[in-house]
Design a protein around this ligand. Structure first.
Ligand SMILES: [Fe+2]
Ligand SMILES: [Fe+2]
Length: 184
């Protein structure tokens, strides 16, 4: 994997930074959800944290030949208050990636004919669409003071596709077999 153009490389670094912070944020919010009596929402945060790690790893690997130090500017959501607000932070972060960040990065990578970056941005964009919906559904349930169900949460280790329950045999985004999925 490689990248040739400076702008796409900058976008990969920024996306790597954003995904890295999302990974950490979801682990922190997941721990809080468990402590607050929402173990399944806690598990959801941890599963999706893994998906964001997959995205960060994909971006990082496209940059693997760009050896050296860089300052990275990336969007970050802050706040650690209660489960409803933490879920709203997650929704806001995902929507920023879906509506603004990844569509722009993907178009730029297409314009610059950066095939590996296109793949990495495409995987992240498609997974984030699913994450936004899952977090919104979880918030709706949490607003009633309830936890989500105990179904297994599956995450594709290639693209970060996330599914609650046994509904798919292979990844609809990248085609990976379900046997590869990581479960939470
Ligand atoms: Fe996400
Ligand atoms: Fe996948």
């Amino acid at each position: 994997m490689s990248v040739n153009n400076a702008m796409t490389a900058d976008f990969l670094r920024s996306a790597y930074g954003g995904e890295s912070m999302a990974h950490m944020r979801y682990l922190i919010w997941g721990e809080s959800a468990e402590k607050d009596g929402y173990p399944n929402i806690g598990r959801l945060f941890k599963g999706i944290a893994y998906a964001e790690w997959c995205h960060a790893k994909n971006h990082f690997n496209v940059l693997k030949d760009q050896v050296g130090d860089n300052s990275v500017v990336a969007g970050a959501v802050f706040g650690h208050t209660n489960i409803i607000e933490n879920l709203q932070g997650a929704i806001n972060g995902e929507l920023h990636e879906i509506d603004q960040m990844y569509p722009v990065y993907l178009e730029s990578a297409r314009f610059q004919n950066e095939k590996d970056a296109q793949r990495s941005f495409h995987f992240a964009l498609e997974a984030e669409k699913i994450h936004a919906k899952i977090f919104q559904d979880a918030q709706n349930i949490a607003r009633e003071g309830k936890d989500i169900g105990s179904e297994t949460i599956y995450v594709c280790p290639i693209c970060g596709f996330t599914e609650i329950g046994d509904n798919v045999d292979e990844c609809p985004v990248c085609g990976a077999k379900k046997e590869m999925f990581k479960s939470f």
